[in-house]
Design a protein around this ligand. Structure first.
Ligand code: FAD
Ligand code: NAI
Length: 468
């Protein structure tokens, strides 16, 4: 059966980029439809990314606190047991509730979802091979490509999602692997490494660079490595995997650290070496949509338009950090550009968060970038150990660091490591967006006792430095 319909906008992919664009399109009066090949909307983020990982991070942290830290508060727990099936079922429930919410959101905005795989067949035409066998021909004034990304693999370590897994496999182990090897010390390696270390695995992170999470401010990166190391995660830096053999028990890796070669055996290996844009199945070449030949990203201009005027792209599919909030901001801005309204995204203040314990949250430039760009700057930090609330809750690890322009005091970057800093970073983002100075933050009255006072104290420390 073939169905043919016409729209103002066809969106391919119902992840954060696609579904946010769909809602904005409806608000702006465009007749839109989403095509999604997965049975549920929400994309990588809701189904196999942000949401299930954060659900497991929370559950595993509760387990770890109960096992190790409750006695500090005089709470003694008897025979503590882990029921991983229940933990996984809760995670799955959170995912299904949130994807159902996205479905309802699209319905409420009168945006339909066609379940199937879309290909672009022309500048105003999309064909969908429906999951139920129906073929759909969709004619549209605009097309938005929002197909996201997939995990990158390493040659010789192809995913079987049993012994060699991607993040998707590592979100559903049926038991904690005794020895978990993780290739890549980035976001996924550190977050999922934390989950499984807390649940009992011996975790080794193999990272080719000299530091983990390499984009972080150096001081924060070093503090994170120390904190995770103390929890029991082992790091092999400047290390590459040169060979892998599957064994009966697991996977034997040959690794080279600088010039030293050795083998290590793991029960499971998580390969988390980045993700690549999913652009090759869309028929873009035939339509004239240009992609970056090296990376596969769809190339767009500042208005999110590709090399074909009616076709736009957003999210992980285009260059920039692969983050859900970046995807949704771009999806909305792309639709606003189609509708001819003003749209602008300030990537310079976009927050980056790693949901380990302690959490890391950052926005703006790092101290290393300030030096490299020869910007005159001043930097100061304040430790959570000096914060009253942190002391009350025994969450004293970490610090807040502020970097501001040494002549104007305009805030250039804020970098935090500590409990709950993901909820403090928006204050720094708002300050930077508003062109605030560190003096502004130092003078704003913060509630007491709160973790956010550490940001105020770091700003006050910076004031003392600048005014010396
Ligand atoms: P996606 O979410 O990947 O959505 C693309 C959608 O397009 C998918 O549903 C896919 O099925 C569909 N699709 C693809 N091709 C077709 C086709 N031909 N036809 C029809 N449909 C198609 N980001 C954060 O900001 N915070 C986090 O905490 C975070 N945690 C993460 C944890 C993990 C384990 C992973 C893997 C990622 C995480 N991310 C996080 C990244 C985040 O998930 C992505 O940046 C975000 O999902 C990108 O959104 P998107 O809409 O561009 O693409
Ligand atoms: P990543 O880019 O964060 O980290 C990959 C790491 O692997 C890097 O440190 C890199 O140097 C290392 N690496 C690459 N090749 C290697 C090799 N052959 N051997 C050893 N190390 C190697 O990528 P990751 O962790 O896979 O995550 C993908 C993306 O998903 C992230 O970049 C991020 O955008 C997103 N994400 C975001 C989260 C968040 O916002 N909290 C959480 C999880 C994922």
């Amino acid at each position: 059966m073939t169905e043919e319909k016409s729209f103002d906008l066809v969106i391919i992919g119902a992840g954060p980029g696609g579904y946010s664009a769909a809602v904005r399109a409806s608000q702006l009066g465009l007749k839109a439809v989403c095509v999604e090949k997965h049975r549920n909307p929400g994309g990588t983020c809701l189904n196999v990314g942000c949401i299930p990982s954060k659900a497991l991070l929370y559950s595993s942290e509760l387990y770890s606190i109960t096992r190790q830290n409750l006695s500090l508060h005089g709470i003694l727990v008897g025979d503590l047991k882990l029921d991983l099936d229940v933990m996984m079922a809760r995670k799955d429930k959170v995912v299904s509730e949130l994807t159902a919410q996205v479905k309802k959101l699209l319905e409420a905005n009168r945006v339909g979802i066609i379940h199937g795989t879309a290909t672009v067949k022309g500048e105003n035409r999309v064909e969908v091979k429906g999951n139920d066998g129906t073929k759909h021909i969709l004619n549209s004034r605009f097309i938005l490509l929002a197909t996201g990304s997939i995990p990158s693999s390493i040659q010789g370590l192809e995913f079987d999602e049993k012994k060699i897994v991607s993040s998707t496999g590592a979100l559903k182990f049926s038991e904690a692997p005794r020895r978990l090897g993780i290739i890549g010390g980035g976001y996924i390696g550190l977050e999922l490494g934390s989950v499984w270390q807390r649940l009992g695995s011996e975790v080794t992170v193999i990272e080719m660079l000299p530091q983990i999470a390499s984009g972080l401010d150096g001081q924060i990166g070093r503090a994170l490595k120390r904190a995770l190391g103390k929890q029991g995660i082992s790091f092999l830096l400047k290390t590459r995997v040169t060979h892998a053999d599957k064994t009966q028990k697991g996977v034997k890796l040959t690794i080279v650290t600088e010039d030293k070669e050795e083998t290590r055996e793991f029960d499971k290996v998580l390969v988390a070496v980045g993700r690549k844009p999913l652009s090759n199945e869309l028929g873009l070449e035939e339509t004239g949509v240009k992609t970056d030949r090296e990376t596969g990203h769809v190339i767009i201009g500042p208005d999110f338009r590709t090399s074909v005027a009616s076709i736009y792209a957003a999210g992980d599919l285009v260059h920039g950090p692969m983050l859900a909030h970046k995807a949704s901001a771009e999806g909305k801005a792309a639709v606003e550009a189609m509708a001819g309204t003003f749209s602008d995204i300030n990537y310079d203040t976009m927050p980056h968060i790693i949901y380990t314990s302690p959490e890391v949250a950052a926005a703006g430039i790092t101290e290393e970038q300030a030096k490299e760009r020869k910007i005159p700057y001043a930097a100061a930090s304040y430790p959570f150990s000096g914060n009253g609330r942190a002391r009350c809750t025994e969450q004293t690890e970490g610090l807040v660091k502020i970097i501001s322009h040494s002549r104007t005091d305009r805030i250039l970057g804020v970098h935090m490591i500590g409990h709950g800093v993901s909820e403090i970073i928006p204050e720094a983002v708002l300050a930077m967006e508003s062109g605030a100075s560190s003096e502004d933050i130092a003078r704003i009255i913060h509630g007491h006792p709160t973790f956010s006072e550490t940001l105020m104290e770091a700003a006050a420390a910076l004031q003392r430095l600048i005014k010396k």
